[in-house]
Design a protein. Structure first.
Ligand code: LMR
Length: 331
């Protein structure tokens, strides 16, 4: 009898436990870049807001620097539910079979962040997210990074300078065609392997926005950085759809609010983060920063613009046309 009373008391206590004493839902959020980048900072900010607003019912574990999964592993891990959230660059959706995302990789398709936002914050961005659903993935937000620079250990000002250079790229066929259009040799490689591959000469050069260049210490292994602004790199924040849809409605609403605010934060800091990173590279004195003349820029554009037409079949003529319409781009 006494035992039964005790059991009832224990049961009552368990039901009366305050929310904070219950087991929180863990959200594993993996990404491949450093903490001190637009994406790294935005992921931490999302964690902070998500945990505050769910009052401890959710715990977000952020794994930066490919600690948990690297490129080539993380999409499958998300689909299997081994990780719940990712923020891969838009250039990494081809292997998943959603090639339309490679529209973001087309050279010169965006002149600036304003043009980009017409796509990411408009119907084209929403339609692209819809395509993820059949893959068991939900698109939550687009986060900005920035416009890419090219780097190598020789001066690279015009297309002829790229002839024969092995250039590391992300897993995007459009980016492969971009390097080929310059006469270089594209090498797909995980982000986590880039520094070492540049150091050991496995590849000669690469492309990325300055924030990634600087935080990966590429200035130690690349003598030249060309301000080509030839393309954009940004992210889709995505989640395992089954996991996301299975969250209690109030939690999901709180997380959506946290994501909205973290997205504003990400997009507010991205440009300055990249400007500061470029300045920081300059200050190291290790990498010479090349500002292209108008003629050099024109030569780069002339060589690269063919990539648009060549990839109509892959990216989709309609998707490309939809982006042109939003941004006013004239090929
Ligand atoms: C890269 O692989 O170069 C980038 O996508 C890394 C990143 O996530 O910014």
């Amino acid at each position: 009898m006494r035992f039964a009373n005790l059991a009832i008391a224990a049961l009552t206590l368990a039901f009366a436990l305050p929310a904070y004493a219950q087991q929180p839902t863990i959200i594993k959020f993996s990404h491949v870049v450093a903490l001190d980048t637009p994406k790294g900072k935005a992921a931490e900010y999302f964690k902070k807001l998500a945990e505050e607003r769910t009052k401890g019912r959710v715990k977000v574990e952020v794994y930066p620097n490919s600690q948990l999964f690297k490129d080539g592993e993380e999409m499958e891990a998300l689909q299997l539910g081994s990780v719940h959230m990712l923020a891969p660059s838009l250039a990494k959706f081809g292997p998943l079979g959603v090639r339309e995302f490679e529209v973001f990789d087309l050279p010169y398709i965006f002149d600036d962040y304003n043009e980009l936002h017409k796509v990411t914050q408009g119907p084209v961005g929403a339609a692209l997210f819809k395509k993820l659903e059949s893959k068991g993935i939900v698109g939550l937000a687009y986060w900005d990074n920035g416009f890419k620079v090219m780097s190598a250990n020789k001066s690279i000002r015009v297309p002829a300078d790229y002839k024969g250079l092995k250039m590391r790229i992300q897993s995007s066929k459009v980016l492969g065609d971009e390097i080929k259009a310059l006469g270089g040799i594209p090498q797909v490689m995980s982000f986590s392997e880039v520094y070492q591959s540049l150091q050991t000469g496995v590849v000669d050069g690469t492309e990325n926005p300055p924030s990634n260049f600087y935080t990966q210490k590429m200035q130690e292994v690349q003598k030249y950085l060309a301000l080509t602004d030839h393309g954009y790199l940004g992210y889709a924040v995505i989640a395992n759809k089954k996991f996301w849809d299975g969250l209690p409605a109030d939690i999901r609403t709180a997380l959506e609010g946290a994501m909205k605010d973290a997205t504003k934060f990400a997009n507010d800091i991205a440009k300055k983060e990249n400007d500061d990173a470029l300045e920081a590279v300059r200050k190291t004195g290790k990498t010479q920063i090349l500002t292209l003349t108008a003629d050099e820029k024109a030569a780069m554009k002339k060589a690269l613009i063919v990539v648009h037409k060549d990839n109509e079949g892959r990216v989709g003529k309609d998707t490309i046309a939809d982006v042109y319409k939003e941004t006013g781009f004239k090929p």
